[in-house]
Design a protein. Structure first.
Length: 248
């Protein structure tokens, strides 16, 4: 399995400390947060990991320089998560329908091994795609990608909907297990919310139009028994310290 970890964001919500150290390298226990995420990817079966970084984040590259399973690519322009994932995918070879795990570099999951659990869900459903989910207050759905489920299947996704139009209160929570064919959808994806290339929009096209393609793509939702922690801001980081400490 391949894995991509987007970690190119500038950490503006955590400045000024992120002018010195990337937010992904802030310590949680004895390890940087990003190392916990790398460990999670490996535990799910990833044997090749591409970390997408930006210039100024060479500390990440230096820290992992002795790990032969990790490669780095640069996101030269901040064009959104979908753009970062596309760059990571283009660094991999012979993808086609190969499984690709995507783990956001500023999100840790406390209380469960999210990626390993998602890999098990995929295996139980013939190699289908899986997205990690969490319930959020209805008034906060406009901060997230939100999905609509039929049973365990994801049948629609909307990026940052209003509370009135959101299809549910189930938010995408920093972990995706897709297959390499998402690359062709990202390459043709028009900018969405915020003028950025949104991964949610590309996945939506893949889910809702795959029946018109040479392949059919099934996508399942996995609701974490644990909790995603956003380490990209001070409150989220300190919440993560507490949550990860409680689950040691």
């Amino acid at each position: 399995m391949k894995a991509i970890i987007p970690a190119a964001g500038h950490g503006t919500r955590f400045q000024p400390v992120t002018r010195v150290i990337p937010k992904e390298m802030l310590p949680i226990g004895s390890k940087p947060a990003l190392e916990l995420i790398v460990d999670e990817a490996k535990s799910a079966g990833a044997d090749e990991i591409v970390i997408v970084i930006s210039h100024g984040k060479e500390l990440i590259r230096e820290y992992f320089k002795d790990d032969p399973s990790i490669r780095f690519v640069y996101q030269e322009e901040q064009k959104g998560l979908g753009h970062a994932v596309m760059i990571g995918l283009e660094a991999l070879e012979n993808l086609d329908a190969s499984p690709v795990l995507i783990l956001l570099g500023d999100a840790v999951v406390a209380g469960c091994n999210a990626s390993a659990a998602m890999a098990a869900v995929s295996a139980a459903n013939g190699g289908a795609g899986v997205i990690g989910l969490e319930r959020v207050p209805r008034e906060k759905v406009s901060r997230y990608g939100i999905v609509r489920l039929e049973g365990d299947r994801i049948v629609d996704l909307v990026e940052k909907p209003s509370p009135e139009t959101a299809p549910s209160d189930l938010a995408i929570a920093g972990r995706y297990l897709l297959d390499g064919r998402i690359l062709e959808f990202l390459r043709t994806q028009e900018p969405g919310k915020g003028g950025e290339i949104q991964l949610t929009d590309a996945i939506r096209r893949m889910v809702t139009t795959s029946h018109l393609s040479p392949f059919t793509f099934h996508l399942y939702g996995y609701i974490y028994p644990g909790r995603r922690q956003d380490i990209g801001n001070p409150k989220g980081y300190f919440d993560a310290l507490k949550a990860m400490g409680e689950n040691e």
